[in-house]
Each structure stands twice: as structure tokens, then as C-alpha cells.
Write a protein that binds this ligand. Structure first.
Ligand code: P6P
Length: 339
């Protein structure tokens, strides 16, 4: 449907996709457009963080027990401000806030929004790529305010998901269930242009992405899986190369573009990580939607599909194995004790 890759703005892409659905009211398009305004605002600040007063800590700790960076706060507020009275969202969840976030009374809409305003923010001060991740569901009881249940839906029910990566360029990658499409921000005009139409994850790869500093805490299956990927075997393209940025959006984006497998399984480093480190609602599930739409896979280390897990709480953590289908298939066999 979308032919010429350059010159197509993300607004045009959203409208083109809406036209495919005669029943569409334009609310999802409006929601995505508001998110894009917030993304441009965040991008501008991230790209100048060293110049203003945006580096360093905000002097508080969030629900995750993490020290909040000033840019975390800024990004969280920027998204909430756009959404509070846009009329498309009934309730929100943010990585930075303990509870569900209501919108302004009278402005309740038919979608819910869960987001990590600035994932990987520990990398801000060292100028490593970071990102915003979002997940959109249809509210179960449209118009309800701060109904946590509306947020606790399985990833399979997402209507849209995506991320903005603030890297060497700022890119928006999103899906509405009709493939994955990437847009690059031209900061001189403030417009996202289609730069990566219909992204597909290579079936196999040559990269594995995991924090090997945790290897003494790994389950035996994980250790064997990584050892397998590091062994020489010309026929299966091994050894894989290690690539780990420590910023989920950046590690995922690389794997989306050139292929790769990202693994953050449960480990015994701390009780908090017994269920995994990454959060289901606004990290694993939206990236799983993108991965599956791009031909990849996303599972836990006990073989469940991330997209099938209904969250039991806003900040539920899960183990995450995500990336090229062939590589995830191999990891799944190790975790199932079949290799
Ligand atoms: P570790 C960043 O803090 C984050 O939440 C993800 O972006 C990243 O993938 C992960 O944690 C890195 O965790 O334990 O390797 O530092």
C-alpha cells in the first residue's frame, strides 16, 4: 500500500492505515498523533540533555525502587500532559508511577495507554541510546476512569504498540497489527518520515544480547544456551557475537534491524529478579507485539508466549527472550531441557 519510502510522513501513514478501516473513528490515529508530539518534545530535550539542567537525578525514587533521572520525570510529564485531556484515553500506566493514572474527568476515551517514558535512563548521562515504549489497548469499560483492570490485558489484545529510540537519529517504530514500520525524525522540520517500511526480523542472526555479568546467577539452561551460541560451528554460523548495550530499546532495535536474540531470564541475583527484571505491561508486551509482527518471537524462560500473559499487576516483571524466530526457537529448546 505504501510505495515510495521517502516523503511519507508518519501522519500520512497513520491516515492511510485508518482508511483501511471504514469503521475507524480516528481516535486511535489521534492518540498516536498526540504520542508523536510528546516524542518530539522528549527527543528535543534528550538531544540537549548535557546543555540544560537535565542530566543527573531528580532526587526521588520510583515504584521500581530506581533513582529517578531528571529526564525520566520530564518524559513522564510530557506524555501525561498530552494524554490527560486528548479524549482518546481512559486510563494510563507509567513505569514511573505506582498506580493507574486517570485522565481529566470528562475527557475519558476508548483506549488505555501503558508506557515506559524513558527506558534505559541510567544511560542518559553517558550518551547511550534510550527510548520510550508504549502499548495501547481498547478499554474494557470505555470511559472509565483509573480502572486498573482496563490496563491488565494480555499483549495479544493490543491494538497498537511501538517505541521511539533517541539515538544517532530519533526513530519511531510502531505496529497496529499490519506489519512494523519505522520513521526517522528530521529535526530541522520536526517531521517523522517513513525510512524503514515493513520491517522484518531476519530468521536467524549472528548476535546474542545478554548481561553476562549475571552469569553466576543464571539457571543452568541459560548458561548452556549461551555456551552453545559461543561455540564454533561453521554450519550454524556460530560463534555468535555479543552485543549488549544495557538499554532494552537499543538492544531490541538492533535485533529488529539486523537480527539477534535478547535474553533477560530470571536469575538468583536478588529476590526482586526472581520473576525477571523487565516489566510485562510496558516493556515486554509491546516489544513482543512488534517482534511477532516482524516475524520474530518473544517468550519467557518457561516457554510461555509473552503476548499470552495477562498481567496480574501494573508492574509485573517477566523473564524475556525476544528476537529472531530461529534463535528464540533454539533458546526455547534449551530452557525446555531439550538440548
Ligand atoms: P542490566 C535499563 O535499566 C533496563 O531496564 C533495560 O533498558 C535494560 O535492558 C536492562 O534494564 C539492563 O539491565 O541488569 O543488564 O543493567
Amino acid at each position: 500500500m505504501i510505495k515510495e519510502p521517502y516523503g511519507i510522513t508518519v501522519s500520512r501513514d497513520i491516515q492511510d492505515r485508518q482508511r483501511l478501516h471504514p469503521e475507524a473513528t480516528g481516535d486511535l490515529s489521534g492518540l498516536l498523533s498526540e504520542l508523536i508530539v510528546a516524542a518530539k518534545t522528549i527527543s528535543a530535550e534528550v538531544n540537549m540533555a548535557g546543555l540544560g539542567d537535565f542530566l543527573g537525578m531528580a532526587g526521588k525514587t520510583n515504584i521500581q525502587g530506581e533513582k529517578v533521572q531528571k529526564l525520566d520525570d520530564f518524559a513522564n510529564s510530557a506524555i501525561k500532559r498530552r494524554m490527560a485531556r486528548c479524549g482518546y484515553v481512559s486510563v494510563m500506566a507509567s513505569e514511573e508511577e505506582a498506580d493507574a493514572i486517570p485522565v481529566v474527568e470528562g475527557y475519558e476515551g476508548k483506549y488505555t495507554l501503558a508506557f515506559d517514558p524513558l527506558d534505559g535512563s541510567s544511560n542518559i548521562d553517558v550518551n547511550v541510546s534510550i527510548g520510550t515504549i508504549f502499548s495501547i489497548h481498547r478499554a474494557l469499560n470505555s470511559g472509565s476512569v483509573d480502572s486498573e483492570n482496563d490496563l491488565l490485558q494480555a499483549g495479544r489484545k493490543q491494538v497498537a504498540a511501538g517505541y521511539i529510540i533517541y539515538g544517532s537519529s530519533t526513530m519511531l517504530v510502531y505496529t497496529t497489527g499490519e506489519g512494523v514500520h519505522g520513521f526517522t525524525l528530521d529535526p530541522t522540520v520536526g517531521e517523522f518520515y517513513l525510512s524503514h517500511p515493513d520491517l522484518k526480523m531476519p530468521e536467524r542472526s549472528k548476535y546474542f544480547s545478554t548481561n553476562e555479568g549475571n552469569s553466576i546467577y543464571w539457571k543452568e539452561e541459560m548458561a548452556r544456551c549461551i555456551e552453545y551460541l559461543k561455540k564454533f560451528d561453521k554450519a550454524t554460523g556460530r560463534p555468535y557475537s555479543a552485543r549488549y548495550i544495557g538499554s532494552l530499546v537499543a538492544d531490541f532495535h538492533r535485533n529488529l534491524i539486523v537480527g539477534g536474540i535478547f535474553l533477560y531470564p530470571t536469575d538468583t541475583k536478588s529476590p526482586a529478579k526472581a520473576a525477571g527484571k523487565l516489566r510485562l505491561l510496558y516493556e515486554a508486551a509491546p516489544l513482543a507485539f512488534i517482534a511477532e509482527q516482524a516475524g520474530g518471537r518473544a517468550i519467557t524462560d518457561d516457554g510461555r508466549a509473552i503476548m499470552d500473559i495477562a498481567p496480574d499487576s501494573l508492574h509485573q516483571r517477566v523473564p524475556l527472550i525476544i528476537g529472531s524466530k530461529g534463535d528464540v526457537d533454539i533458546a526455547e529448546e534449551f530452557f525446555a531441557g531439550k538440548r
